[in-house]
Every structure is written in C-alpha cells, then in structure tokens.
Design a protein around this ligand. Sequence first.
Ligand code: SF4
Ligand code: SF4
Length: 421
Amino acid sequence: MEPQQVDTLTGVLDKKMTRQLKQYLDICARCAICKDACHQYVATGDLTYLPARRAELIRQIYKKYFTKTGEFVPALYEARDPDESLLDELYESTYACTGCRRCMYYCPFSIDTAWILSVAKAILIAADRGNEMLGQLADAALMKSDNFDMFRDIILDGFKDIEGKVKEMTGDPSAEIPVDKEGADVLYVALAGAHSILPAAAIFHEAGTNWTLSMFESANYGYFFGDAEKARRIADRFMDEAKRLGVKEVVITECGHAYRVAQFFHEAWSGEKHPFKVRHILEVIDEYIRDGRITVRHGAITEPVTYHDPCQVGRNGGIFEQPRDIVRAIASDFRDMTPNREEQWCCGGGGGLVAIAEMEDFRLKSGAKKLEQVKATGARIIASPCENCRLQLEGLNDQLDLGLTVKPVMDLVVDAMEIRR
Ligand code: SF4
Ligand code: SF4
C-alpha cells in the first residue's frame, strides 16, 4: 500500500480517537469471555467472528501508529500496517457484525466492540472497501430527498391508498393519514410500505392523537454502511420536517436501528439538541393502553406468544417492559424467552445483514441460538418490534418449516383493539 494511502487510513483512526476509544484499544485482557456472547462465533466457531479478534485488527493499526513500542518493535507488540490482507480480514469481520453489543454486556471491561467496528467501517470506506449494497441503499435514500419534488406526488398517492384502508379498518370515513400538518403533536416516522403505516394510523385515530405522517422513511442505511455524515443526512430528513411542523414529539416505528439513531445518535451527529421528544411507537402504545386511550381485549390471542427483544430496542435502547406489558394485555399465554431483556440473544438479522444477499447463508446459520430459545418456549407466535429481526425470524421459520407466525407488536394491538363507535 502507498504511504499516502496509509496516511489516509491512519488519519481516519486519528480523527475518531477519543479517550474512550483509546481505553477500549488499550485495555482488552484477552480473556475471551466475549466469545460465548457472540451468536456468530457460537454458531460458527470461526475466529473471524470472535469479538475481541475483530477489534484486534484495529488494535494492530493503533499499536503501529499510535504507540512507541508498536512503532519500533512491531513484531513483538503485534503492530501491523493497514495493508490489503488486514483490510480483507477487517471487511469480513466488520460487516458481519450486527452491532448487537451482547459482547459488551458480558465483557468485564465493557469494551464496546461494535463501536470499535464503527471506526473499522470508516477506515474501510476511506479505503474504498465499504459494503457496496449498503452504500447504494444509503445513496438511494439521499437521492430521494435531494430530488424530492420528483417523488412527492407518488408518495402522496401511496398515502391516499393506505388512508382508504384505515377508513375500512376503523369503520370511520373521517379517519385520515395527515401529512405535512403544522401544529401536530406527533410526527410518526414509518418504514417504506403500508405495513408500518396502517396499524399505527388506526391506533393514532382510535387514541384521538393529533398526528402527522413523515414523508420520509426511518430506515437508515447510512448507519449500517458506517458513514456517519450520510447517516445524519438521512435522519435529518425527518428531524428537519419535525422542526418545520413544530411537533412535540417524533415517534419512530417498529425499527430498531432507526430508533437508536433518532434517540441516541442524531443529536451528537448534528451538534443540536432536538426541540422535541423522541419515542418508540411501543412506548406510546403502552401509554395509550395504561391511560385508557385505547382498549385491547385480553385473551384476543390464545395461542402461546413469545417476544423477541431487538438488540437496538432492548439492550441498546432500554425498552423492555412496555412491549411485554402490551403483549400480556392481549395474549392469554405469554412465554418469555430465556435469557431475555439485556441478555437476549441477537437473532442475527441486524447490522444491515438482511440487505446483503451474499450473507444470507451465514446470517441464517448465525440464528441458531435464537432458534433454540424460540423453540424452548413452545410459542406459535413471535412478536418483535423491528423489521430486520422479523425478516430474520421469518427466514429461520421458512428454512425449517416451523409453522410459526412472526408479527409486529402493532399488528397484535390492532387485532385486539376495541373500536369505540
Ligand atoms: S471479554 Fe472484553 S476483555 Fe475479554 S477478550 Fe473480550 S473484549 Fe477483551
Ligand atoms: S456486537 Fe454482537 S455481532 Fe458484533 S461482535 Fe459483539 S456480539 Fe458479535
């Protein structure tokens, strides 16, 4: 590799070097406790996917360029140049990571391997080795907002079609999907497609919420790709819309990474404090049920139901009880998985992996632990508030012909909701 290229890549690491990252790079005790926490390592036994080994590749560059010992005696201190072979290894271990942070939960030093790998992604992108599909999807989202006038009418026509279905579902011809509504209390940010708009619209209507639907989807492939600037610009689309409309809160649909980006990353990326709250839709629905703004029939579902904590909603988002309370309010036979909450196994579908065709076999194989957990409950329905998790769970279900039903929590709510008129 040319010295200039090496300078570029080490420059990326230098820019990302905070005290926290330096500590993560200095402190690993190589105890390998994290190996038993990672669903990918457990399913494959391949050292490429051992969390500490993935981070070690960045640590090797760090030792060579940021420590005296590594600079002068690289062989002794396992210091290494970011050459092509290191970048090959880095690509494979980094873009496979779902960012579930289960390894961090079990690490005695709480080393955040997923954070280290976000730096690895920035280095790979600088080396023009970022994942092509995730990069294309991020660029497509930005192209849509940069040329929004071309798409506006198509989007609005789509919303009108969904509005017709909301009227049918609620039996109320006045039910609507408000768009661009100044003075709305809530801006709801859905995913592309009717499936994440329709149930929320019915619930907001029934609860009498003053809401409006975002023109932009919440999914953020800039985040999965590892380009913080693109990820910020993708999230800016609905954050700017929320500011323009003067809403009191932004409510993110059942999408794990979108919730984490909106709730935890966007303010830091943009350097601005949001003038509104950000909540996950299940926090809102739980409040509606508790406050009696909507009523669900207990026992509306009698088949055994289990709940999968998406890593970005549960372990990394802190939302554990509200979804369980909602499911328990509806299902007469709720069966939690073991372990659960912070210790829940990652299903294997996060990190953008469901969008990368060449990773399908690996992804499904990595769901082995999740499958074990689901089977042990004996549940026939799996509820989970993240689209990537649901796609993975459906893939596992189809592959083994298990006959399970995988559902968003919102769909259970709509099926059990009493319509008051
Ligand atoms: S558990 Fe933590 S300290 Fe131990 S090897 Fe893994 S990252 Fe290093
Ligand atoms: S964040 Fe999850 S997928 Fe990534 S290394 Fe840690 S346990 Fe494995």
